[in-house]
Design a binder for this molecule. Structure first.
Ligand SMILES: Nc1ncnc2c1ncn2[C@@H]1O[C@H](COP(=O)(O)OP(=O)(O)OP(=O)(O)O)[C@@H](O)[C@H]1O
Ligand SMILES: [Mg+2]
Length: 221
């Protein structure tokens, strides 16, 4: 298995009962999994634990057999920067940086100036998401769907192996949401493993498998 969550339990401070309770999940390489469930059921909490953005209270997450819940912070950081990519519902683009600079943001802290081959790769990735020619646009000059595609391009520029997408179409109209879904399917066809949270039943049905989050647990939908 590429990614395995085993008996994950997680509470938030001040909450009465755990948000995640003995939740397990296996993701095979190349899979496209949809996670559905009512608002507040713990989908984002689960995604954050899977992507190693937060730690569970108990249980383990294994990536390629390696327990990343007991790994060092440096190791978890390396995975977050290399193998894992996350798209949030809010795309978190920097308003004063161009589309290309936003795509290259993961490298900007460590590599300034950005080497030319990496800039070229950033442009390639923007082309792949249908934004050739908009590399220099600021987020404010792009539509919501275009901004979301910049966020996807940022996930792609690092050749991540797993994409965690938290309601990637949540703020988009249906036509633009369809475009983003089509892009995710194409990327999955190219080998990218995807775990996507969605409230849209039609989009969930495009995944290989849908899991339903309720009472702190995932069940086949
Ligand atoms: N940082 C936090 N501190 C305290 N409680 C939190 C925190 N984050 C989430 N919660 C609570 O945990 C529960 C699960 O939240 P989560 O964001 O995982 O739900 P969700 O399924 O993603 O919902 P939505 O569909 O609305 O995005 C909710 O009851 C929420 O209020
Ligand atoms: Mg959520």
């Amino acid at each position: 298995m590429m990614l395995e969550a085993r008996h994950i339990t997680k509470s938030h401070p001040g909450a009465h009962s755990p948000v995640l309770y003995d939740t397990s999940l296996s993701v095979a390489e190349g899979e496209f999994i949809a996670v559905v469930g009512r608002s507040g059921s713990g989908k984002s909490t689960l995604l954050n634990v899977l992507a190693s953005l937060s730690l569970p209270d108990s249980g383990h997450v294994l990536y390629e057999g390696e327990d990343i819940t007991t790994a060092t912070e440096a190791r978890r950081n390396a995975l977050r920067h290399r193998d894992f990519a996350v798209i949030f519902q809010q795309h978190h683009l920097m308003p004063y940086l161009s589309a290309l600079e936003n795509v290259l943001l993961p490298f900007m802290a460590s590599l300034t100036p950005i080497p030319a081959p990496l800039r070229d790769k950033g442009r390639d990735v923007l082309t792949r998401v249908g934004l050739a020619g908009r590399a220099d646009a600021l987020p404010g000059q792009l539509s919501g769907g275009e901004q979301q595609r910049v966020a996807i391009a940022r996930a792609l520029v690092r050749d991540a192996r797993i994409l965690f997408a938290d309601e990637p179409t949540g703020s988009l109209d249906s036509a633009t949401g369809d475009d983003v879904m089509q892009l995710l399917q194409t990327l999955n066809g190219g080998g990218l493993t995807i775990v996507m949270v969605t409230h849209n039943a039609e989009y969930a049905s495009l995944a290989h498998r849908t899991l339903h989050m309720a009472d702190g647990c995932l069940r086949p939908a």
